[in-house]
Design a protein around this ligand. Structure first.
Ligand code: NIG
Ligand code: FE
Length: 441
């Protein structure tokens, strides 16, 4: 694929400019260029600015090199974004998108009043997905994963994090990571892999959680690290799952082996101290945080841990939302992600995520966009290469069908994404608006 594109005449290019996480007030500044253009060459952003300046500065160059005709192999894709908004591709920094089976029955049980943790305690929940994932073939898991990435891409996601955690044994954990490695290679959406071997306690280790952590440390982690199968290690730090001490032990060992850290922290039970632990261990992100304490939030802001909030999960579990407003006001760097998984949150919907963040968490539209772009990138340690429209970054771009970014939450629950460009190639949407054709008039 050639990876050359010129996107011009956009009513807004929302650059989200920056190369590191944005904290607190910085999250409000989207660095917008009106009547803007973006030039991408060989997958990398080469220029961004006012359309007339980009055209003047680059047209000769482009004409010379690309011959200005579509017959040239290297001809850039010319995208006229008149009346449209251009943004960096969204970064979904927390998902569990590789899994076997579904848990639609469990959703009905929850509607009748059973809680997520009650279902988990009686070996439903995560364990039921573990059973289905262990049974599934590599091909079945690959195909299901591919379909889910296709759907994410249609919502404007150009990079997604994905976790293992539905194996809880060496072979299946490794299989999940290998599937994500293959999908990363073959699918336009880039996939960043996280090892979540300590996601739940399997039946044969019930009451022997310390032994299970040792099994993960001694029998699984070394292969994951040695074969470079994951960049991050994560753990479900929760009452009746893994304690803060067990979490500290596994994560410390993972770091010694070169993995970066994430934590499912303070999701359901209060006073677990997950946010504090994330700060103590210098985790890249702490995720969920519905019950994070004031001190934990201050600690994260100071340590530079990205607070990754997952409001669709809170919505789906009917739990109170995490305190996004308070976190931003206390100078945290907040990211938003879907948490797509078969249990607590079977949704990859970016429109729903925007609706909940803005209408129910008091997060502004500008902050929410920052949370899904540059701060999402920071949550997977990629703020230097993706998450904004800056020269030198990957040419990952979303074109909205509307003239302003404000339409994103305003068009409630409906995707406003018309086109997605990944590394300079159009990978979702068509070049021209089919309903604009002369013959229809
Ligand atoms: O982030 N809380 C733990 N893990 C997932 C849910 C996984 C599942 O229910 O399958 C989460 O919500
Ligand atoms: Fe999760």
């Amino acid at each position: 694929m050639k990876g050359n594109a010129l996107i011009k005449n956009a009513s807004q290019v929302v650059t989200c400019s920056g190369f590191k996480a944005k904290h607190g007030k910085e999250m409000s500044d989207l660095h917008i260029i009106t009547d803007g253009a973006v030039l991408i060459e060989e997958g990398i952003i080469k220029a961004v600015g006012k359309t007339n300046e980009i055209i003047v500065r680059y047209s000769e160059d482009v004409i010379n090199r690309f011959d200005g005709s579509s017959t040239s192999n290297n001809a850039p894709e010319i995208i006229d974004a008149t009346g449209k908004t251009v943004l960096p591709g969204f970064v979904d920094s927390h998902t569990h998108f590789v899994f076997g089976g579904y848990r639609e029955e469990e959703f009905s049980w929850r509607l009748r009043g059973d809680s997520y943790m009650e279902i988990m305690q009686r070996d439903g929940g995560i364990i039921s997905t573990v059973n289905e994932t262990r049974k599934a073939t590599m091909r079945e898991l690959m195909n299901a994963g591919k379909r889910r990435l296709d759907s994410m891409l249609s919502f404007g996601v150009t990079t997604a994090e994905g976790k293992s955690g539905y194996g809880l044994d060496r072979d299946t954990e490794i299989r999940q990571l290998e599937i994500m490695r293959n999908l990363d290679r073959d699918h336009p959406v880039d996939v960043v892999r996280t090892f979540l071997g300590a996601h739940a306690v399997p039946a044969d280790y019930k009451g022997k959680e310390d032994e299970f952590i040792d099994y993960m440390i001694n029998d699984v982690l070394p292969e994951v690290a040695q074969r470079n199968l994951a960049e991050f290690c994560d753990i479900f730090c929760e009452k009746n799952v893994f304690s803060t001490d067990q979490s500290r032990k596994l994560l410390t060992e993972a770091r010694k082996k070169g993995l970066k850290l994430k934590i499912h922290a303070d999701e359901i039970s209060p006073q677990m101290g997950g946010a504090e632990l994330a700060a103590e261990l210098d985790a890249v992100s702490a995720d969920h945080l519905l019950q994070a304490s004031d001190k934990g939030i201050r600690d994260m802001a100071e340590a530079g841990v990205v607070a990754t909030l997952l409001p669709i999960t809170a919505f789906s579990l009917k739990e109170p939302y995490s305190r996004g407003r308070y976190m931003i006001d206390n100078n945290c760097a907040v990211a938003l992600a879907t948490d797509l998984n078969p249990g607590s949150c079977f949704s990859e919907s970016i429109p729903l995520l925007f609706a909940l963040a803005t209408l129910y968490m008091d997060i502004t539209t500008e902050e929410a966009i920052t949370a899904l772009t540059i701060n999402g990138a920071a949550a997977i340690d990629r703020a230097d290469t993706i998450g904004s429209i800056d020269v030198g970054k990957s040419g990952d771009i979303v074109v909205l069908e509307f003239p302003s970014y404000q339409y994103i939450p305003y068009h409630i629950g409906v995707s406003t994404v018309e086109k997605v460009i990944k590394k300079g190639n159009l990978v979702f949407g068509t070049e021209d608006d089919p309903f604009d054709s002369e013959h229809l008039l």
